[in-house]
Every structure is written in C-alpha cells, then in structure tokens.
Design a binder for this molecule. Structure first.
Ligand SMILES: Cc1ncc(COP(=O)(O)O)c(C=O)c1O
Length: 438
C-alpha cells in the first residue's frame, strides 16, 4: 500500500476484481468461531480481502433474505444492482455535494431527479425536495417544515397538536417527538373499517382541541399504511387542511412510488395537493437501503428551516442540498437515483410497479378461494388475512418469506409484493405454500 490507506494500482486492480468476483457468486454459508466477538485488528487481517469477504458472506447469509425474489415481508424493494454500482462510483469519486458550487453538475443531476419526482407527483413549479437516508428522516424533515411554517420558531410547542391515524407508521410519531412536540400532542384518530383515517373523527377532534385553546398545526395522511396498504382519503384531507389552515403531510414511504403507473396514480389522487410528501426510493423505486426523499409544495418551506450563512460557506447556496435539509457533508445520494434512471429509463420502473399491483390483485382473487379471512381488500400491494400464524410454516418451505403483523391487536398474516425481483412465479409459489401451510 502506498501510504497505508491508498492502494497501489496493482492492489486496486486485485481488490476490485476480488470484490466483483465476490458479488457475482451467491454468498455461501460459512461456519466459524467468534462471530459475536468484538474484534478489530490492529494490523491487517491475515488472509486479506478474501478472508474479509468470507466474514461478510457469513453475515449476508445470516440476515433475512431481503434480496430474494420470494421476499414478501415488511416493505420489500430488492435493491437494483445499477444503483449499487452508482453508489460505488459516488464513493470512489467522493465529491462534495452538500454545496452546489463545489460540484455543480453532480448536484444538477440530483436536482434533475428531484424535479422529475415533483412532476410525477403532480406538484406545482414551486415544489422541490431533498433526498434523505430514508422515510423516517423524510418524515422528520417534513414535520419540522410544518412546525416552522405554521407555528413559527418560538420554541413553545406545549399546545401544538398534530393528527395521525391509528394506522400511521411509528416513524411519524417518533419524528413528531424529535421535532419537539410532546408525545401526548400527537393525536391518534380512529381508522374506519377499511383502515383509513376517519374524517368525522378528525374534524371533531380538531374542533374540540381549538375550543380548549390548543394549536392544531398538522395532519399526516398515509398512502398507504404499512400494515394494510390503506390510503387515507387524500382529497378530503387536503380540502379540510386548506380550510383549516393546517399543514398536510403525506407519508407515502410505502405507496408513493405507485404514482409512476397509471393504476397507482388513480388510487393516489389527491397526493398532488399535499404540502409535503415522504417517499422512499429504497422501497418503491427498488434502490438499495439508504435513499428516502421529502418533496414539498413550496421549496421556501425547506429553505426557511435549513438555509444558513457562514463565513466559510460560499454565497450561491440556493440550490444546495445543505440549504434544504439538515446535513452539510453528505454522501452523493442523487447518483443512486440518477444513474439507474438514465441507464434503464423510467419506463421499466412504471412497468414493474404496475406488475406488482396486478400480481397482488391476482393473489387476492386466489386467496378468496381458500379458507382464509381477508381483513381488507388490497388498495396497493399488501394483503392481510387470517389465520395469523402461517408465516413460520410458509417460510420453512424455503420459497417465499413472509412476516406476520398485528391488526387491531390480533395476529394476522401479511403479504407485501414490492420487490422488483418478484414475478408471477414467486406469487404462485406463495399461494401454493399458503395452501400447504393451511
Ligand atoms: C409508511 C412508512 N413510513 C415510514 C417508514 C420508515 O421508513 P425508513 O425505514 O426508510 O426510515 C416506513 C418503513 O417501512 C413505512 O412503511
């Protein structure tokens, strides 16, 4: 090694070949001692990179199989390889993309994809956004934007109230707390019989809170919920929030990407009226973990929170990611979206998303022929049904991987079809294995 950390050209050549060789082969299960020990060598590990890759292979093998075509647990995505390659390039180049004029073309590529997303979601020209590490941080950034816009920056949030459905993802409640809103001020509104936020309950809660002198500032809708894929009544919520002067944030971390296909777009009508939207490209755009996104109707709402000046910063920061989100130094996240979109074109993403909806509907029709109780008709690509104790048996057959959930306190089986690798063959296998497990 030239100076301890910089490889020589020969070493670089060998390393990249070894890593590529490694990713081309399926990780193999390995035995071994001491996996649980905290172990950081002072000197290079004997055996070098091949030995390190063996350790990694073991770790990959022992993790739940998120890249399997049969993975239908939680909210899958799969992780397209072109994005992994983009990430590798971004890290090798290691350019500074927090401030626009330090890497104007690279930041420009990132801005292009954010602008493209704004258009796909039907947002106005004033809209923009920021790429985040995931949906949780996008929700946090959205809630802080709402808080500053509606409540100002006095720092007294003791009376601030926000409203979520009882099906909301817990990251929203966590984000509200991180944003300084007392836990009890995040109000759970009952969901209706199809697990959507109930408008009458929301209205009466907001009204009675106002009468008590509290300060409603935000309603969070889900599109769709993690548990069932239910889409809250987005158009009604948008109208109501506009009338009441409330910020309307939509957590579309799971379902937002479906706007890219016609059938999904119809279901998500009203999303274009949100003040802010969380989406999660590491779910619905099939990217590797670590890519979320917040879109806002008005870019100035992000600037208001995040734009600062300092002697060591340059003047032209308006289009800088650092002025739109909480990070300054950051990885070049945009490349993970931009390169795959350039390489594959948006069309394959649209087709893959439409396919997921069709596969889910097919499975739903087939499940109705079995002795199961479907707990709600799928809106997107999730089906929840009883009995709730099937996952372990289904998983033991080794073809598909499911995780159970709890719906209104009761254990339920859940299938979520969202990996770009999942096609008819795997959904058919899922049906066969559910049948066998029953
Ligand atoms: C609806 C919803 N919102 C937010 C999140 C949190 O996203 P992340 O895990 O990317 O932080 C999830 C994760 O599954 C989700 O399903």
């Amino acid at each position: 090694m030239q100076n301890g950390l910089e490889p020589s050209p020969e070493e670089w050549d060998t390393w990249t070949r070894q890593v590529l060789d490694f990713v081309c082969k399926a990780p193999s299960p390995l035995g071994g001692e001491g996996w649980g020990e905290v172990f950081v060598p002072e000197q290079p590990l004997p055996g070098g990179l091949p030995a390190i890759l063996e350790l990694l292979a073991h770790g990959f093998h022992e993790a739940i199989p998120t890249v399997s075509p049969g993975f239908m647990a939680y909210v899958p995505g799969g992780g397209i390889r072109s994005a992994a390659l983009a990430n590798f390039l971004g890290n090798i180049a290691n350019r500074y993309t927090g401030i626009e004029d330090q890497a104007p073309i690279l930041v420009g590529f990132e801005n292009q994809v954010i602008g493209w997303l704004c258009r796909e979601f039907g947002l106005p020209d004033t809209a923009f956004g920021i790429l985040t590490s995931g949906g949780s941080i996008a929700n946090l950034t959205g809630i802080i934007a709402a808080r500053v816009q509606i409540l100002g920056d006095s720092g007294d949030f003791s009376k601030a109230r926000l409203y979520v459905s009882d099906q909301v993802h817990h990251s929203v409640q966590k984000a509200a707390f991180l944003a300084g809103i007392p836990k009890n001020n995040c109000v759970n509104i009952k969901s209706d019989d199809v697990f959507r936020l109930s408008m009458p309950d929301l209205k009466s809660q907001v009204e009675s809170d106002r009468q008590e002198g509290l300060k409603p500032f935000l309603v969070v809708g889900s599109a769709g919920t993690t548990n069932t894929g239910a889409i809250d009544p987005l158009e009604l919520l948008a109208d109501y929030c506009r009338q009441e002067g409330l910020w309307f944030h939509i957590d579309a971390a799971y379902g937002g990407a479906f706007v890219l296909c016609e059938s999904g777009k119809t279901k998500l009508k009203g999303i274009e009226q949100a003040d802010s939207i969380t989406i999660d490209p590491h779910k619905g755009l099939f990217l590797p973990y670590g890519t979320g996104c917040l879109l806002v109707k008005d870019r100035s709402s992000l600037l208001k929170v995040h734009s600062y000046e300092a002697d060591y910063l340059t003047a032209s920061q308006r289009d800088s990611p650092a002025s739109l989100g909480p990070e300054l130094s950051r990885e070049y996240r945009g490349i993970r979206l931009w390169l795959p979109l350039m390489l594959h074109g948006a069309g394959v993403f649209r087709q893959a998303l439409a396919e997921k909806l069709e596969l889910t509907y097919w499975l739903y029709e087939e499940l109705q022929k079995l002795p199961v109780q479907i707990l709600c008709k799928p809106e997107l690509s999730t089906i929840v049904f009883k009995p709730g104790d099937l996952a372990e048996r289904v998983n033991s057959y080794g073809r598909v991987y499911l995780a159970p959930t709890k719906l209104r306190g009761e254990l339920a089986s859940r299938v979520c079809i969202l990996s770009f690798r999942t096609h008819f063959e795997q959904v058919q296998a899922c049906l066969e294995d559910i049948r066998k497990a029953l």
